[in-house]
Design a protein. Structure first.
Length: 214
């Protein structure tokens, strides 16, 4: 099957391919109905198309189905169904679903809360390259009462990775930490980040300031 970037295709082409049973086009059509992009916003229709795509093996669609269940978008709100969808997508290697599953374990959404599993999943998602998970991993490391200097260095590197990948929370946090004369709080309000004196870090923080991060 030809690999097509449906995000760039017009709505008529996406609709036609979805009607013919192309799973990737069905997922794109579902996202457009959920967001109201190029079509009138209709969450029920959007969820329906995403569910079709998920049933046919589109992993990202499965994660979106989980999000819809969690938020009650186009379907009945169900924490357990959201958890199950995130779990299936995580097992298929989706980094966003892995992050969402970690959140479920952290907050007890659809499953009994388990901080150890949550941290493991956040770390897994972070290693897969998901910026939000990288930022959370940094916060978790700083929040530990027995956090060593080595762990704090690793935490700051997670903030840096997340910021470089465009995370809107991690970037200003890391930037402020680089130039501040006193510790500043993390986005989650957990444990402050110490001052960094490296010139390269300071230059990066100033660039982010000019770009309007903070």
């Amino acid at each position: 099957m030809e690999n097509i970037n449906w995000v760039r295709e017009d709505i008529k082409a996406v609709q036609k391919a979805a009607d013919r049973g192309r799973a990737d086009a069905q997922y794109e059509l579902g996202k457009r109905y959920l967001a109201g992009r190029d079509v009138p916003r209709n969450q029920v229709t959007g969820f329906g198309w995403c569910q079709r795509a998920a049933d046919r093996g589109v992993v990202k669609a499965l994660n979106t189905v989980g999000y819809c269940h969690a938020m009650g978008l186009g379907t009945t709100k169900s924490a357990r169904r959201a958890f199950d969808a995130f779990l299936k997508a995580m097992l298929l290697g989706d980094m966003v679903a892995t992050y969402n599953l970690a959140f479920c374990y952290e907050q007890g959404v659809g499953i009994k809360a388990d901080q150890a599993i949550a941290e493991m999943l956040y770390s897994k998602s972070a290693k897969m390259g998901y910026p939000k998970a990288q930022g959370v991993c940094a916060c978790i490391r700083y929040n530990k009462k027995d956090c060593t200097i080595f762990e704090r260095e690793r935490a700051l590197r997670w903030f840096e990775r997340a910021a470089e990948r465009g995370d809107e929370v991690a970037a200003p946090t890391f930037a402020v930490a680089a130039v501040a004369s006193t510790p500043c709080p993390t986005p989650a309000g957990r444990t402050p980040i110490p001052k960094r004196g490296r010139a390269s870090t300071a230059r990066r923080s100033l660039r982010w300031r000019r770009e309007g991060w903070f």
